[in-house]
Design a protein around this ligand. Structure first.
Ligand SMILES: C[S@@+](CC[C@H](N)C(=O)[O-])C[C@H]1O[C@@H](n2cnc3c(N)ncnc32)[C@H](O)[C@@H]1O
Length: 464
């Protein structure tokens, strides 16, 4: 009998969630790259489809991807496919019997699921679909509760809910291999998180960011605008060591006003470390500290495997209650009065990104990734607005729409070379790498009037 290792080249089918569509391809590509595998879709690949057939992978690769993906729901070893049930039958009957037989012998138990995308089938129709597969040589016994092997017939009725065809556009049949990590979105929901703020990053997007960054076990990941540490939570889940900085004393020390509805002040243990403890990853916590990202404190060296961050851009921050001028008049501990950095001067958005790219070019290891959000005023957006740096190559640029006029883009960059002069970093006003420099129309229009209280830095040399 053939073993799973000796079987000929197989195709695998990913079933993807139909949310965050833009983020799926970079996620799967990044997870493949982590395993040294290229993305090889079959000839019918459609990026917006919920089904992707991939070549050139082993079952171990697929299990590895599913152990990390929050965009993919499930993965299957593809046994057959076609535009009609008749084509599916031909395809299944041509599938090598040595690939099927290990999962169909008489001592095995199995179950067949029927899944339809963009259409609901009556129970009786599902049974009919299963009965119609009688040509498959299943010798084992059906077990609905705890089968050894699960098979799935998947019918794709397209992506237009207003135009559902009578018959499926495409049909697949495969052996279930593994589910993705969609459960993490629920288990790590900020609703049930110990320490949260008004700008805590959604759990699903945090995991997507960690995946785009190719975070892996024992990496050191840094978030320069760490807030309540949602991105550290996600990265620690993938066994990376995590650290961060934030200018807000209260956030870092878990003090001040609570963001919760029925609670005025933060409790004694509301801090980032406690968040990691909540999810059993405290041992991956390095530390966080109060520090201004525009005047970082790190020695000039490639320290981090990934830099993942959600910089302040004054949209959601404008509604926050903690950390405003009104709430934070002075640090609670008088020991800090002398060294305390007063919130005093606007930190222009263009400068935030220039500093972030410069910092990443200097402090990422080669091949390390920077993943960050860029706010966008849609009518003015063009790709040239994405900040560039000669040491960082753009890997992906995915949009999340926020309103009819605004969105934010998740930018992933990879460090390709060391900065030429370690001391003389690229200046903010250098048009070679920062199209954001100057008061361009984008910035004028989008940011005039937005609340800049939360991305302010002290006055000082080096600021343009
Ligand atoms: C969008 S929030 C980050 C939210 C975070 N991802 C979370 O899940 O809670 C941006 C953070 O940047 C911090 N910040 C603003 N200006 C800063 C600066 N100059 N240096 C460092 N942090 C700054 C703010 O205090 C805020 O916590």
């Amino acid at each position: 009998m053939a073993t799973t290792n000796s079987r000929p080249r197989l195709q695998y089918l990913l079933h993807l969630a139909q949310d965050n569509l833009d983020f799926r391809l970079p996620e799967i590509k990044a997870l493949l790259a982590l395993r040294g595998k290229p993305f090889q879709p079959n000839e019918n690949f459609k990026e917006k489809s919920p089904f992707w057939c991939l070549d050139g992978l082993s079952e171990e690769d697929v299990r590895g991807i599913m152990a990390r993906s929050v965009c993919a729901k499930s993965a299957f070893e593809l046994w057959g496919h076609g535009k009609t049930h008749s084509e599916l039958r031909t395809s299944l009957l041509n599938y090598p019997s040595e690939n099927m037989s290990p999962f169909m012998h008489k001592d095995s138990t199995y179950r067949i699921n029927v899944y339809t995308f963009n259409k609901t089938l009556e129970f009786s129709d599902r049974i009919k679909r299963i009965d119609a597969l009688e040509y498959l040589p299943f010798d084992g016994a059906v077990s609905l509760k705890s089968p050894q092997h699960i098979f799935c017939l998947m019918e794709d009725y397209g992506t237009d809910p207003n135009n559902i065809p009578e018959n499926p556009d495409y049909i697949y049949f495969g052996r279930w291999i593994a589910d993705g990590q969609r459960e993490l979105i629920r288990s790590h929901s900020v609703k049930n998180r110990h320490f949260i703020g008004n700008t805590s990053m959604d759990a699903g997007l945090s995991f997507i960011m960690a995946n785009h960054a190719k975070v892996k076990e024992n990496d050191l990941v840094f978030d320069p605008f760490v807030g309540t540490g949602s991105l550290l939570v996600a990265c620690s889940q993938f066994r990376a060591y995590v650290c961060g900085t934030d200018i807000d004393y209260n956030t870092i020390h878990g003090k001040g006003r609570s963001s919760r509805k029925n609670q005025k002040w933060r409790g004694p243990d509301e801090n980032i470390r406690a968040n990691l403890r909540q999810y059993g990853t405290e041992k991956m916590y390095v530390d966080v500290m109060v520090s201004d990202a525009s005047k970082h404190v790190w020695r000039a060296a490639a320290l981090f495997d990934a830099i993942i961050t959600d910089p302040p851009y004054g949209i959601r921050e404008s509604t926050r209650r903690t950390g405003s001028h009104k709430d934070v008049t002075r640090p609670p501990d008088s020991n800090y009065v002398e060294s305390h950095v007063p919130v005093s001067q606007a930190y222009h958005l263009s400068d935030i990104f220039t500093d972030l790219l410069n910092f990443s070019a200097q402090h990422l290891v080669i091949g390390g990734r920077l993943v960050y959000w860029l706010p966008v005023y849609i009518p003015e957006y063009c790709e040239e607005m994405v900040p560039l740096h000669p040491c960082l190559r753009i890997i992906s640029n995915c949009e999340q729409t926020l309103s009819s006029h605004t969105s934010r883009r998740l930018i992933t960059m990879e460090k390709i070379k060391e900065p030429e002069e370690l001391d003389g970093l690229f200046h903010r006003a250098d048009p070679r790498f920062s199209p954001y420099q100057g008061h361009n129309a984008f910035r004028e229009k989008y940011f005039s009037g937005v609340n800049k209280r939360c991305f302010t830095v002290p006055d000082g040399p080096g600021l343009s």
